[in-house]
Write a protein that binds this ligand. Structure first.
Ligand code: CTP
Ligand code: MG
Length: 183
């Protein structure tokens, strides 16, 4: 039981810099779309939902959160009694935050290629795109830290928790009226 609590704590802690950027982008989004309005085939390359501002603010918020978590870590370890809570290396701060944004952008690219208009749901892809790219970039940029932090049990926890947290936070954003769809 203690192990399960510890594993969940590490999973949530380590993923927070990747979880928050997309929500920050929803709040900050707007302005020039990344694809500049370009069409590819029958539809937009990415669409108006992927903007420079949303991507930049999302990435910065994720990195700032990782910096804050590093500062809070000693207190959190004391309070939670979970000594394995990771400290983020600078490279991982960037790859977790930017990887999350890039995963979401990649999903929009795939949505447009498969005939899904802006805002259309793409089950499973919507819930996991950002995690896959954030973890892949982090594994490449900081392999030793990645291996120490994302053990198989932590990865399994992330795979289970992420869709649930994603649906929950987007549902809240939708209920608050800051997001157009609940996914
Ligand atoms: N957003 C942004 N830049 C990003 C990601 C999101 O500006 N890189 C903002 C946009 O205002 C977007 C909103 O966050 O409309 C919601 O994000 P998301 O659901 O990912 O975009 P959608 O508009 O639904 O478009 P898509 O179908 O391409 O996902
Ligand atoms: Mg959407």
């Amino acid at each position: 039981m203690v192990d399960l609590v510890g594993t969940v704590a590490v999973a949530v802690w380590a993923m927070l810099p990747a979880y928050v950027p997309n929500n920050a982008a929803v709040l900050a989004g707007g302005g020039r779309p990344i694809d500049g309005g370009r069409i590819w085939g029958d539809s937009r390359l990415l669409g108006d939902g992927k903007t420079w501002r949303g991507t930049a603010v999302g990435t910065l918020v994720g990195v700032a959160l990782a910096v804050a978590l590093n500062a809070l870590r000693p207190t959190a370890v004391d309070a939670l009694g979970v000594p394995a809570l990771p400290e983020f290396p600078p490279l991982a701060m960037g790859t977790l935050a930017f990887g999350a944004m890039l995963g979401d952008i990649t999903a929009s690219f795939l949505k447009r290629r498969t005939g899904r208009q802006r805002g259309a749901a793409f089950p499973v892809v919507d819930q996991l795109d950002f995690v896959v790219v954030a973890l892949a970039l982090t594994a490449l940029a900081a392999p030793a830290w990645f291996g120490d932090t994302f053990t198989l049990s932590v990865l399994a926890t992330v795979a289970v928790l992420t869709p649930a947290l994603h649906l929950l936070t987007n549902g809240i954003a939708y209920a608050l009226g800051v997001k157009d769809e609940p996914w």
